[in-house]
Design a protein around this ligand. Structure first.
Ligand SMILES: Nc1ncnc2c1ncn2[C@@H]1O[C@H](COP(=O)(O)OP(=O)(O)OP(=O)(O)O)[C@@H](O)[C@H]1O
Ligand SMILES: Cc1ncsc1CCO
Length: 533
C-alpha cells in the first residue's frame, strides 16, 4: 500500500542503486535491504541498461521493500515506471523530461528532483518547481562519465546560494564516500549559511560486501555532522571585552605543547626545513619532516597536527595524501600556500590540494592571501608580498568564509579571523622581514599551537556528543593567535639582545627565545585588537 510519506522526506542518506556494481555473492534485494537497515533514508532506483520490463520488475521489488521500511522510493528518469509502481518521486537529468511536463503527468505530491551541474541549472530547477536538486559531480566517479562536470566540493556553496529563499532541498552527489563525507558536508555551505540536506551515495554502499555497515557508517557521519553544525558557530561568544581571555587562553597553549610534546608533521620547503624543525623543538613539540605519500596513512594517526607549506613543490602527492589522512584522523591541517600568486602551477596546485582536503587554518602574506581570495590588490614578488590591503579584515573574512577555515594574514600587523571576528596582532620585529622563512616558521608555530588546542579540548571536554561530526576539535582561532604571538613575541625578545647584531645573529637568538618563552611573557607582551562584525 502507498504510504503518505511525501511531506517530510529525510534526504540525509540518499542511495542511488546500480546493479552493475554489486559485488559477487550478494543479490540486489539483499544489498538494498541491508542498506536500508543500515540507515539509508531515501532510495532512487537507477537502471541505465535494463529494458522496460526488467526496470519495472526491479522498481516493483524495490518499492515493496522500501514500503516495508517506510522509506521513500524515487525512480530515475522513467515517468511511466514511477506511475506504474506509485513511486514517491522521480529524478530527472538535464536531458530528461522537463519538470513541468513530468509534473502534469504525475499525481500531485509526487516529488521531483533534478540533477544540476551549474548554478544556472539550479536556478532553472527552482523556477520549474523542482522539490530537490542533486548537485554534482562533486568528485570524479566510476559510476558515470562526469568528465568536464566535476565541480569540486568548494564550489557547491555557489549552487546552494541559488536555493536561498526557497524550500527546495539539496543533496550532493558524485564520488561521496565514508572517507570524504564529513569534509564534503563541512565545505558545502553557501555564504548565507545554507548547508545541503543530504548526501547521495552509489558505490560506497552498492559495491560494498557489507552494505549494512557501509550505510550505517555514512548515516552516522551525516547525523553527527548535522548535530555538530546545529551548535553555535563559535565556541564562545566573542567581543572586545573577551580579548584578554582569548590572549590568556592562546598563550596558555604553550604549556600544553610542553606537557604533551605533540608530533608536528611538516611538509615544507627545502629552504626552511631545518630552521622550522628547530623552531618546533624550541617550542617544546616534536617535528617530523616526512614527504613520501606512502607513509601518510600511518603518520597521520600519530601526529598532533599537519603543516603543508608548498614553497618548493616537489612532493604534491605526499601533500594530497597527508591532508586526506589528517582530515580522516581529525588532526588540524595548516596550509601555507607560499608564493601561490607567483605562478599558474602554484595556483592550480593550491586549488587541487584544497579540493582534496579541508584546511583548518590557511596562513599567508598579503600576496598569497590575495591570490587565494581572487583579489588583485596586492601583487606577488616570488614568495614575497608586494604590499598590503586597504581593508585586510574584509579580505580575510571573505576568504575564511569561502574556504570554511581560520585565516592568518601575516605582515607588519598580523590579522586572524574565523570568518566573523578579526584579531589584529601588533607584535613582531622588522628583523623577521630580513630573514628567509619567517612566514614559514609562523606556520610551524601555528600548527604546533593547533595541535595543543586540539589536545586541550579533548582533555578538558572529552569526546563530546558532537565530536564525530567535526573535522577537528578545538578553537582554531585561539590556536592561530597563540602561534602568531609565540613567534612574534620571541622575535622582540631576540632583537633586543645585545648579542644580536643583524639578521645573521638574529635567527639563532630567535630559536633560543622560542625555547625560553613562557605563557606569562606572551600574554603580558601581546598587543591585540579585536574587531567584531
Ligand atoms: N616589519 C615587521 N615588523 C614586525 N613584524 C614583522 C615585520 N615583518 C615581518 N614581521 C613578522 O614576521 C612574520 C612573518 O611574516 P611575513 O609576512 O614577513 O611572512 P612571509 O612573507 O611569508 O615570509 P617568508 O616568505 O620569508 O617566509 C609575521 O608574524 C610578521 O608579523
Ligand atoms: C625563498 C623561498 N623560496 C621558496 S620557499 C622560500 C622560503 C620563504 O618562503
Amino acid at each position: 500500500m502507498c504510504k503518505a510519506i511525501t511531506p517530510g522526506i529525510d534526504y540525509s542518506l540518499y542511495l542511488v542503486t546500480g546493479r552493475e556494481l554489486l559485488p559477487e555473492g550478494i543479490t540486489y534485494i539483499e544489498s538494498l535491504k541491508q542498506a536500508i537497515e543500515g540507515g539509508v533514508t531515501v532510495v532512487q532506483v537507477r537502471e541505465k541498461k535494463a529494458d522496460t520490463g526488467e526496470f519495472l520488475q526491479i522498481a516493483r521489488e524495490s518499492k515493496e521493500l522500501c514500503d516495508q521500511h517506510n522509506i521513500p522510493l524515487i525512480v530515475n528518469d522513467r515517468i511511466d515506471i514511477a506511475l506504474a509502481i506509485r513511486a514517491t518521486g522521480v529524478h530527472l537529468g538535464q536531458t530528461d523530461m522537463p519538470v513541468a511536463v513530468a509534473r502534469s503527468l504525475l499525481p500531485p505530491d509526487t516529488i521531483i528532483g533534478v540533477s544540476c551541474n551549474t548554478p544556472e541549472q539550479v536556478e532553472k530547477a527552482v523556477q520549474d518547481g523542482a522539490d530537490y536538486v542533486g548537485l554534482g559531480a562533486v568528485y570524479g566517479t566510476q559510476t558515470k562519465d562526469v568528465s568536464g562536470k566535476i565541480i569540486g566540493p568548494r564550489k557547491v556553496g555557489l549552487r546552494l546560494e541559488k536555493l536561498d529563499g526557497t524550500n527546495v532541498k539539496s543533496v550532493v552527489i558524485g564520488g561521496i564516500k565514508t572517507s570524504n563525507v564529513l569534509r564534503t558536508l563541512h565545505v558545502s555551505v553557501s555564504t548565507s549559511g545554507r548547508t545541503v540536506d543530504g548526501v547521495a551515495v552509489v558505490s560506497d554502499i552498492v559495491a560494498s560486501k557489507t552494505p549494512r555497515e557501509s550505510a550505517r557508517t555514512l548515516a552516522s557521519l551525516v547525523k553527527a555532522f548535522k548535530l555538530a553544525s546545529s551548535a553555535p558557530a563559535l565556541a564562545r561568544p566573542f567581543s572586545r571585552q573577551l580579548s584578554d581571555s582569548l590572549l590568556h587562553d592562546a598563550a596558555a597553549l604553550l604549556d600544553v605543547v610542553r606537557k604533551h610534546s605533540p608530533l608536528i608533521h611538516q611538509i615544507t620547503n627545502t629552504v626552511v626545513t631545518n630552521q622550522s624543525a628547530n623552531a618546533t623543538l624550541a617550542l617544546g613539540a616534536s617535528p617530523i619532516m616526512a614527504t613520501s605519500p606512502y607513509e601518510m596513512e600511518d603518520l597521520q594517526k600519530a601526529t598532533g597536527a599537519l603543516l603543508i607549506n608548498f614553497g618548493t613543490i616537489t612532493d604534491k602527492e605526499g601533500m594530497l595524501q597527508a591532508g586526506k589522512f589528517a582530515n580522516l584522523n581529525k588532526k588540524p591541517v595548516v596550509f601555507d600556500p607560499v608564493g601561490v600568486g607567483a605562478t599558474a602551477y602554484r595556483r592550480s596546485t593550491a586549488s587541487e590540494l584544497l579540493n582534496t582536503w579541508q584546511a583548518s587554518i590557511i596562513k599567508g602574506n598579503a600576496a598569497e592571501i590575495g591570490a587565494l581570495a581572487d583579489s588583485v590588490e596586492v601583487q606577488a614578488k616570488g614568495v614575497d608580498s608586494g604590499g598590503s590591503f586597504k581593508d585586510p579584515a574584509a579580505v580575510i573574512r571573505q576568504l575564511a568564509r569561502k574556504e570554511r577555515c581560520v585565516v592568518v594574514l601575516s605582515g607588519v600587523v598580523d590579522y586572524i579571523t574565523n570568518g566573523e571576528d578579526v584579531v589584529a596582532l601588533h607584535n613582531g620585529h622588522p628583523l623577521l622581514g630580513q630573514i628567509t622563512g619567517s612566514g614559514c616558521m609562523l606556520g610551524t608555530a601555528v600548527a604546533t599551537f593547533a595541535a595543543a588546542e586540539r589536545l586541550r579540548t579533548l582533555e578538558s571536554e572529552g569526546k563530546g556528543a558532537d565530536e564525530e561530526g567535526k573535522l577537528v576539535s578545538g578553537d582554531m582561532l585561539v590556536a592561530a593567535v597563540g602561534g602568531v604571538l609565540a613567534l612574534t613575541v620571541a622575535s622582540e625578545l631576540a632583537a633586543a639582545r645585545e648579542d644580536v647584531k643583524g639578521s645573521g645573529t638574529f635567527l639563532p637568538a630567535l630559536i633560543d627565545e622560542l625555547g625560553k618563552l613562557t605563557p606569562e611573557v606572551i600574554a603580558s607582551r601581546a598587543k591585540a585588537e579585536v574587531f567584531s562584525p
